[in-house]
Design a binder for this molecule. Sequence first.
Ligand code: ADP
Ligand code: MG
Length: 255
Amino acid sequence: MSTQGEEQMASATNLAQNPGDRKQPVLALQEVTKTYSLGRQSTVEAVRGVSLSVAQGEFVMITGRSGSGKTTLLNLMAGLTRPTSGRVLFNGEDLWGLSDRQRSTYRNQRVGFIFQFPSLIGSLTAVENVLLPTMFAPRDRRLDGRPARQRAEELLGIVGLSDRVAARPRQLSAGQQKRAVIARALMNEPSLLLADEPTADLDERTEREIVAFLCEVQQRRNLTIVMVTHAGELLRLATRALEMSEGTLSEKIRS
Ligand code: ADP
Ligand code: MG
């Protein structure tokens, strides 16, 4: 095996490890800041010194006004954005101390990401869309052929779309499209699900159904979820509620 291949295997094993120390958080942010530069003089401090520990199986919800830094924070957690200062740790490993290859393994294999404006590929059927993440997996971890397709169909069943497997996105309602996106985010069995307002623009009933489904997955599989939401009434379903305000994060007091 090539050195590169070995490195990849080692990283996959490292990242997959269940922390021996049960108290070790799945995800930890240490004094993380993110400053965007908007030209020569002007900067935006989107995230200002956020520290946070998330334990396995937690369902963390984050609320906050538009522009308060929520999306930036999720991108930092996903290893998509590099912090200006501070560290982001997954199972105790600094994401930005990893090689590019290891970091993409983290992004593709450990994290499921539901973007604020998710899109399915219009020319593919629902099941083909759900299968997409498997195509970016390293060869030795790739689930392909029938087993992959079976799993994708199973996931579509779990999100209530078993009769829409062959439908194209335009044949699905907005709520059904979100469900397919959730199924896609779960395809690689991530240990951490990051969701950026996954229920925005949905009616309240569909919203409740989708969040109830996420709660169920979180409990059944001990999945860790960090979700940004605008809907305050959903907070009671979270194990922890946080509020983002002008780049800082605080515990939200719930009545
Ligand atoms: P939220 O998701 O809470 O609405 P964001 O994280 O999207 O907040 O944005 C936080 C702040 O950072 C905003 O002032 C926004 O304009 C700015 N911002 C976000 N992304 C970028 C970027 N890529 N370049 C420059 N500024 C950005
Ligand atoms: Mg946002």
